[in-house]
Ligand binder design. Sequence first.
Ligand code: PBG
Length: 322
Amino acid sequence: MRRLRRSESLRALVRETSIEPGDLIYPLFICPGEGVRREIGSMPGVFNVSVDEAVRQAEVAASLGVGGLLLFGLPESKDERGSGAWAEDGIVQQGLRALKQSSASQKLVLIGDVCLCEYTSHGHCGLIAKNGEEWTVQNDPTLELLGKTAVSQARAGADVVAPSDMMDGRVAAIRGALDEAGCVDTPILSYASKFASAFYGPFREAADSAPQFGDRRSYQMDGANLREAMREIDLDLAEGADMILMKPAMPYLDVVHAARQRVGVPMGAYQVSGEYSMLQAAFARGWLDRDRAILESLLGMRRAGADFIVTYFALEAARLLG
Ligand code: PBG
């Protein structure tokens, strides 16, 4: 075996998997204000940015050849129904309009995250109601709001909408709402298999979206279940998903691989906040070689079968690859 490992040129010739900047999607957390660039404590190098700063970040991403942006919003205020998610002048909608007018948007796919948790006062991804003594997240009443959110993002300039809420039937509801609004060309990237994960911890600081009571285990998947993940994927595709996203990535690479064997649609993996933060924590202590660890973590996701990767390392990895 070692004959083909003798030189970098030989290794390059026989290399089976590659990563390119265009495979990477960079998440942005857009917040109110102007000139705001506020670093997230648990995610060094990641910022809450105001719309003007988001445009500057987009220009950097475009110049590095990054494939796209995934937009999250921190609204001015929150309410029970998460109305900031579908507001005409909502924070993500403002960001989309500004980005659409910038030259960067010609090179970047703009993806809107469709969910309510950043906009609800209780931090859950759907509407809540009291069932006896217990608060529950209501499935069907949430669907209409997700549809409205997707339509408002598409109208504001989203090239793709990406529902991450994990309500049942949301893909069909969103497809129906988009079609009815005339947004027939807007594709849906569904977070088809999204596990209830400890690795979302830092994101909830970044997006200020931690649930105020309980947890997300009644709607996000149980981490033990691979077969169930395949059912989620089948259902989302049957409902009209154009692409699927798998999340988290590193602790679930077997699920990514199984999905790749099963379906032919374009598929992404999401290297989530906790995956990013634990690598950053190791880099800060000098325990891992930063550049190599970043690329190796992404290569593993590509090898498992992901076509593209959502990662907070997108800009840095694109620089390394360029
Ligand atoms: C919203 C959403 C979350 C993430 C993406 N979309 C948080 C959650 O489900 O609690 C997590 C992303 C990350 O950790 O980087 N529902």
